[in-house]
Design a protein around this ligand. Structure first.
Ligand SMILES: Cc1cc2nc3c(=O)[nH]c(=O)nc-3n(C[C@H](O)[C@H](O)[C@H](O)COP(=O)(O)OP(=O)(O)OC[C@H]3O[C@@H](n4cnc5c(N)ncnc54)[C@H](O)[C@@H]3O)c2cc1C
Ligand code: FES
Length: 265
């Protein structure tokens, strides 16, 4: 599917925890065509000063209903305005943008690591891997128990609870998700079923540290990089990422990159 600028109608918009919200939007074309890891560029019509669209991953989709879900953290002008959107509001989105996760065809076991709202772009990938009978282990990290808003959804997708860590120790392992990555690598090795592939999304220090551990263990690893985006379609160069093969645009050459290619900031 090429890029389309489409109408999107809000179906639901609810607060999950503090500044974490889940919005359901009707947009049949995106629901039908989105590939795991791709994103949409959403218009925030209430903004007068900053008219740029905002990039969001698709957390989930219902192809039959023609709807998609966006899990968002209210952090600035646009995302705070989105909290006020009522069902029925009509906006626009450009999609489906970017390079999706690319799982090697012979993958038998995969590890997915999501920190904070970084868990969002991994859910469709998790569904796809489960449907292809790939063994999947999921690690989710958050600041505190309430912020582990994706836990139940992943449990439903995988049929078992993901391994969780919280910075404050209120749920799962206390500390950063990297501790769980080290444990998962050791367990997979001991079981004689090492990971063939890993996908990591979250704060940059987590992606950097986790991908380092994974690559040292010989696991092919991809990360989803966030950069401030203006056009979102490859024209303005506001989103450049330094890679081993030169400067790349996060919007159209990414947002998924091979971790070994990324020159971390
Ligand atoms: C590929 C991609 C997927 C994303 N997926 C999600 C998601 O699923 N859920 C989620 O909560 N957030 C996601 N983000 C981050 C989200 O786009 C920003 O939090 C959002 O744009 C902030 O807008 P704002 O108006 O509230 O903030 P402001 O700081 O007021 O925004 C000002 C400008 O900066 C841009 N901007 C600010 N922060 C970011 C950022 N981190 N990345 C890109 N542009 C930014 C805004 O788009 C806007 O043009 C994603 C970012 C990228 C690049
Ligand atoms: S946002 Fe314009 S080139 Fe990527």
């Amino acid at each position: 599917m090429g890029l389309e600028d489409m109408q999107a109608r809000v179906h639901a918009n609810k607060q999950l925890f503090e500044n974490l919200w889940l919005m359901e939007l009707e947009c049949p074309s995106v629901a039908a065509n989105i590939m795991p890891g791709q994103f949409v560029h959403l218009e925030v019509p209430d903004l007068q000063a900053n008219i740029l669209r905002r990039p969001f991953s698709i957390f989930d989709r219902d192809e039959d209903a023609g709807t998609v879900e966006v899990l968002y953290q209210a952090v600035g002008t646009g995302t705070r305005a989105m909290r006020t959107w009522e069902p029925g509001l009509v906006t626009r989105m450009i999609g489906c943008i970017g390079r999706p996760w690319e799982v090697p065809y012979d993958t038998e076991r995969a590890l997915l690591v999501g920190g904070g709202v970084g868990a969002a772009p991994l859910n469709l990938l998790c569904q796809e891997l489960m449907a292809s009978d790939v063994g999947v282990d999921v690690i989710l990290g958050a600041q505190t128990e309430g912020a582990l808003v994706c836990r139940a959804r992943y449990e439903r997708t995988c049929g078992r609870e993901p391994a969780c860590s919280t910075d404050d120790g209120t749920y799962g392992r206390e500390g950063f998700a990297t501790v769980l990555v080290e444990e998962a690598l050791a367990r997979a090795q001991a079981e004689g079923r090492p990971y063939d592939y890993a996908a990591v999304c979250g704060p940059e220090p987590l992606m950097r540290a986790a991908s380092q551990l994974l690559m040292e263990a010989g696991v092919r690893c991809q990360v989803s990089l966030e950069r401030r985006m203006a056009c979102g379609v490859g024209a303005c160069l506001s989103c450049v990422v330094d890679t081993a093969s030169g400067k790349k645009r996060a919007c159209v050459d990414g947002p998924i990159f091979d971790a070994e290619e990324v020159l971390w900031r």
